[in-house]
Design a protein around this ligand. Structure first.
Ligand SMILES: [Zn+2]
Ligand SMILES: [Zn+2]
Length: 394
């Protein structure tokens, strides 16, 4: 009983701490929003975030994994080690249209408040600063460098249009394709040319045919980045950029081969030479730890924000948090900051990421993360359950 009271007090203390920091956290997120930086170039954001952590007693390692804008902030030495992940990259042309400015401030706010629990009960809190979520796969690089080796669980919250404790994220790999043909006068000597653009167009046609016969949640999409130089020259070169996504890694492997065959077929038909390169980093599907997700949801609901465990109508994307969730138990809940009809990666979402609703989402998410950290350090049996579930779902 006495212990329960103590936990309740700690919960109140961490949420109180976030209320006390609300102004600073809001300023921090608005400053990042007003200074959007693309993946791997988030110099200002990392400077502001690490300064905030340092001022609040965290020790900081900058430039981890040879990524200048990746960092680790640590507080406490004992187990369990709870990692809270921060994203802070923006989108080209749209600024913070994915709301990563909110993720960043939420992560550092939650971590600083969690210190109160660490001081009383032990455990440690890490903030992992993960650059370039939008395509660069910062967390995949971090994972490869062993950043999560001693981590017991990893959490982050992403803004969206629903309150939902789990995320559906697809495995995803990029593909760069080039065709090399032969230039010729398009009217005088068309028979002498090899048309690299037609090879690309036939590849699209083949992929469109393939699309009818693939599994439900798989996605294939691409753009042409070079389609020739002039209409009166048979295009000697064409290039395209594609993404292939699937619900699991096994199907992604199968689909990759079938997509590649579309290009190989088009190369054979046209006589153009094909060169291709799969992206080095593959985004893994999200493996939601339901023990953690339920705990987070309960804490979020205690703040008066209704949250679903699953939302089958929520959109699919891909996130490099998927890769982290394959290594350690993890969650990536979504907190609503805009009405359901607002699209992610749109100017309207960028606006929401700097709105009062955005700041409310940041504050609630930081509180729920910090309360979840309290639960994890206060109840070793929950931490054990989280790990068991992870082992069993492997
Ligand atoms: Zn995004
Ligand atoms: Zn995002």
């Amino acid at each position: 009983m006495g212990e329960n009271l103590n936990i309740e007090k700690l919960r109140a203390a961490v949420t109180g701490e976030i209320d006390a920091q609300r102004h600073q956290l809001s300023e921090l997120s608005l400053k990042i929003h007003a200074n959007p930086e693309l993946g791997f170039h988030e110099v200002k954001a990392t400077a502001w975030l690490t300064r905030y952590l340092e001022e609040n007693g965290f020790s900081i390692e900058r430039g981890i994994c040879e990524l200048p804008t990746a960092f680790r902030g640590s507080y406490g030495q004992r187990k369990p080690t709870i990692a809270i992940l921060a994203e802070y990259d923006a989108l080209p042309g749209l600024g913070h249209a994915c709301g990563h400015n909110l993720i960043a401030a939420c992560a550092v706010g939650a971590a600083v408040a969690s210190k109160l629990a660490i001081d009383q009960l032990g455990g440690s809190i890490l903030v992992i600063g993960t650059p370039a979520e939008e395509g660069g796969g910062g967390k995949i690089i971090n994972s490869g460098e062993g950043v999560f080796n001693n981590v017991d669980m990893a959490m982050m919250v992403h803004p969206g249009v629903y309150n939902v404790a789990t995320t559906r994220a697809l495995a995803n790999q990029s593909l760069e394709v080039e065709f090399f043909g032969k230039a010729a006068h398009a009217a005088a000597r068309p028979e002498a040319g090899i048309n690299a653009l037609e090879a690309m167009l036939n590849s699209f046609a083949a992929i469109n045919s393939l699309r009818q016969h693939i599994k439900d949640k798989a996605r294939i999409h691409g753009i042409i980045t070079d389609g020739g130089q002039a209409a009166n020259i048979v295009p000697a070169h064409s290039a395209g950029s594609f993404l292939v996504r699937a619900e699991d890694n096994t199907y992604l492997d199968e689909l990759k081969e079938r997509v590649l065959n579309c290009f190989i077929g088009a190369a054979t038909a046209s006589g153009a030479r094909l060169e291709y390169r799969w992206g080095k980093t593959r985004y893994a599907p999200m493996r939601n730890n339901l023990t953690l997700a339920r705990l987070f949801r309960q804490n979020m609901q205690s703040l008066g924000r209704r949250m679903q465990l699953f939302n089958l109508s929520s959109a699919f994307g891909s996130t490099d948090m998927g890769n982290v969730s394959q290594l350690v138990p993890g969650i990536h809940p979504i907190v609503a900051i805009a009405p359901k009809d607002v699209l992610g990666h749109s100017p309207q979402f960028a606006e929401a990421a700097a709105s009062e609703a955005g700041i409310r989402g940041l504050v609630d998410a930081a509180k729920a993360l910090a309360m979840t950290a309290v639960d994890l350090v206060a109840n070793p049996e929950i931490a054990v359950k989280v790990k068991e579930e992870f082992k069993q779902s492997k």
